[in-house]
Design a protein around this ligand. Structure first.
Ligand code: URA
Length: 407
């Protein structure tokens, strides 16, 4: 019985694969209700799961939908996933770098929810850009230009889609077994040969400490082994927003600036690190050699050319992007050095401006967001600009200067 299985987990007992199948498949079929699943998810959050249970649950998630097969595309396909952050535009930068070096990138990306952004929303701020590609279109584009970034097809790990939405509103997102199952089911169903995962830790991330990040990393690598897929995890900081902008069009502009070498900051370093890992996995070469190739691709303009090809292939017109004409500067009232920029508060502000969603149905305003003139470690004088807010709404802005700590 459904309630017996919930009680078993509430008491911290181990569920068999049959019990997990009965319960979770029952949810997808509508036999288990939202309130019963919420109760089960909370029991998992509190009582945890054994590795065996996690492997079984992940397998059930994977098999709930289609499993993509890209074996007819030559080369080792490497996918990348970030556990989510503020101003994280790394996919738009590293996918063209990696593809320009002959490693095929087939990337299924998501939309933003809550204070974290999503690559699909960012790319759709380019007028005409299509993300709803069919599997045939995805394969064709990878064969032609070596890369594609598409929205998750409806039937890819549908169990995760349904359960993630419920976790989001029941306080059950922050569970390591559930995060590992959610991420790995999507990645394995997406059909890549190797997977790189950027685990974000800090104020603006799901995970707030390194110990949990290391646990998640180990677990995801073990799940990968079950499917014969190499999984590499990097643990990177998310206390401060990534790079100089938050907001959809603004982040595309920043990605272009990094790819063309006009901007260089800690985001550039992170992108080089991620891209080097992907190239090292895809070409079976050392990180050092991969890093040289990655830097070469950026400085020679090869990566930017690949980005332009990619945008054109997916219907985007890069020259037609629009920013809100309503700009508002935040100037420093104190001199010193920037100690921190609160990723969580700025993430929430970007949602207030309309750059992100509170509910799934909300429509994004691609033209709004925040651009930072000063980053962590920069000196600032009284009256100097800290950041610019692009806004289209009649809203009362919070005390934005208080989100930036100057010491
Ligand atoms: N990203 C996901 O895809 N799933 C989670 O559970 C957390 C982050």
């Amino acid at each position: 019985m459904i309630v017996d299985i919930i009680n078993k987990k509430r008491l911290g007992q181990i569920l068999s694969k049959e019990e997990l199948e009965f319960f979770f498949n029952g949810y997808l079929e509508g036999k288990v209700t939202d309130y019963q699943m919420s109760s089960m998810l909370m029991a998992i959050c509190i009582k945890n799961m054994t590795e065996r249970e996690i492997f079984d649950l992940c397998d059930i998630f994977i098999k709930s939908g289609e499993i993509l097969d890209f074996s007819d595309i030559e080369g080792i396909k490497v996918d990348k996933h970030s556990t989510g952050g503020v101003g994280d535009k790394t996919t738009m930068i590293i996918a063209p770098i990696v593809a320009s070096l002959g490693v095929p990138v087939v990337k299924m990306s998501g939309r933003g929810l809550g204070f974290t952004g999503g690559t699909i929303d960012k790319l759709e701020s380019i007028p005409g850009f299509r993300t709803d590609l069919s599997i045939d279109e995805i394969k064709q584009q990878v064969k032609e230009i070596g890369m594609v970034v598409a929205g998750q097809t409806a039937n890819l790990a549908p169990m995760d889609k349904k359960i993630y939405a419920l976790r989001d509103v029941t306080g059950t997102v922050e569970s390591i077994p559930l995060i590992a199952t959610s991420i790995m089911s999507k990645k394995i169903a997406s059909g890549a040969d190797k997977i790189l995962i950027d685990i974000k830790v800090g104020k603006g991330a799901l995970l707030k400490n390194e110990k949990d990040a290391r646990k998640l990393s180990e677990l995801m690598q073990k799940i990968g082994k079950e499917y014969n897929k190499e999984v590499r995890c990097l643990i990177t900081n998310m206390d401060n927003p990534l790079g100089t902008s938050i907001g959809n069009t603004l982040e595309v502009v920043e990605a272009i600036n990094i790819l063309t070498g006009k901007e260089k900051n800690s985001l550039t370093d992170l992108c080089i690190e991620l891209a080097s890992n992907m190239v090292s996995m895809g070409k079976n070469i050392s990180i050092e050699e991969a890093e040289e190739r990655v830097k070469g691709s950026i400085y020679s303009g090869l990566a930017y050319q690949k980005f332009l090809d990619f945008v054109k292939h997916q219907g985007g017109i890069i020259n037609n992007m629009k920013l809100s004409p309503n700009k508002y500067d935040i100037n420093a009232t104190k001199a010193g050095v920037i100690e921190s920029i609160d990723a969580l508060e700025f993430g929430k502000l970007s949602v207030t401006l309309g750059a992100g969603r509170i509910n799934k149905e909300d429509i994004i305003d691609p033209s709004v967001g925040i651009v930072f003139d000063k980053l962590v470690g920069d000196k600032v004088e009284i009256g100097e600009k800290l950041c610019t807010i692009y806004n289209n709404r009649e809203i009362q802005l919070p005390d934005i200067e208080s989100f930036i700590k100057i010491s």
